[in-house]
Design a binder for this molecule. Structure first.
Ligand SMILES: Cc1ncc(COP(=O)(O)O)c(C=O)c1O
Length: 319
């Protein structure tokens, strides 16, 4: 596999999904080389920074991740000749940690009590302690190069929907940093004036939902890794999100397991969250065309197929 193998993923129609007379399409991002959507994110961040002369081969690149971003960065970094260091909260699945290490990157686990906020702090401290122009913090959460990576994917969706002769009514997608959602939504809103965009947060950590409902935001531990970091990224752009809905992590896992058992697509739990919301929207009105996205792969969760992260069941988080 090469860097050219990133992107151009299929937009598949989910024929077996109950759609109330409508049609449901999903962009299969788990088919990217490292098994998730984050290949697109890091390819754009790295190639843009190289073009600007900010980073060059041989440097050490660091970032924080619950796994997918780390694997993508590790894989692309190896291909391009960088050393990679990934700061991860304790307790992520062993498949994800093993994958990152298999690509030759170094994993630093940070205390569970402060989850991703703690991983960000640890990364900043590390970079400061090195005080070297050879070490660079990519910070996927704070760079809009993340969102920009997703314009190409948006254009791919428009092209594929054209081939299906479909005009979408809804775009439905979970929010982590929000880069994936915002980049695609920007393109879809340009092409389809009436499309409605629905962003999904996990109920235990839903800052945008809380802000829109006038509720106080509280971060609690959850089992939808990749969502609910505890802070809002600049890549989550509120005016691109027509509606924010929350999902229960256990229900998303259950939806994912059910879907994997009945379909040929090997997807992860945040894809289950997307499907849960698509199902609810489809039930509201007959004949809707809905587009969603499959982020990552089921094999990344094999060791916790019950959806339980033991490290996070008892923890009182402090971020
Ligand atoms: C499994 C999974 N789903 C969804 C997301 C959300 O993607 P984004 O950060 O682009 O919003 C992530 C992000 O890490 C993820 O790992």
């Amino acid at each position: 596999m090469n860097l050219d193998d990133i992107g151009n993923t299929p937009l598949v129609e989910l024929m077996r999904f109950a759609c109330n007379g409508g049609r449901l399409f999903s962009k299969c991002e788990y088919m990217n080389p490292s098994g998730s959507h984050k290949d697109r994110t890091y390819l754009n961040i790295i190639t843009s920074l190289e073009r600007e002369g900010v980073i060059r081969k041989g440097m050490t690149l660091v970032d924080c991740s619950t796994g997918n971003g780390g694997a993508a960065l590790a894989w692309i970094g190896k291909k391009k000749g960088y050393s990679i260091k990934i700061f991860m909260p304790e307790g992520m699945t062993c498949e994800r940690k093993e994958q990152i290490r298999a690509y030759g990157a170094h994993v630093v686990e940070t205390p569970k009590e402060s989850f991703l906020v703690g991983a960000v702090d640890a990364t900043k401290e590390y970079v400061k302690s090195k005080n070297s122009s050879e070490v660079y913090f990519l910070d996927q959460s704070s760079t809009l190069l993340n969102k920009l990576a997703w314009h190409t994917c948006g254009e791919e969706i428009v092209k594929a929907l054209g081939e299906y002769k479909v005009v979408p009514d809804y775009f439905v997608c979970s929010l982590g940093t929000g880069g994936t959602f915002s980049g695609i939504a920007e393109v879809l809103k340009r092409h389809y004036r009436d499309i409605k965009t629905v962003g999904i947060e996990v109920d235990a950590s839903a800052p945008l939902y809380a802000a829109r409902q006038g509720l106080e935001f509280e971060h609690r531990s959850h089992n939808l890794m990749g969502l609910g970091a505890g802070v809002l990224s600049i890549n989550t752009i509120p005016n691109l999100i027509d509606e924010v809905v929350v999902v229960d992590g256990d229900e998303a896992w259950e939806q994912m397991r059910l879907f994997v058992s009945k379909n040929e697509y090997g997807i992860g739990p945040t894809c289950g969250a997307n499907l849960l919301v698509c199902e609810k929207i489809a039930a509201m009105q007959r004949g809707l065309n809905i587009v969603t996205l499959f982020f990552d792969s089921a094999w990344k969760y094999k060791s916790c197929w019950d959806g339980v992260y033991p490290t996070y069941t008892e923890v009182k988080l402090c971020c």
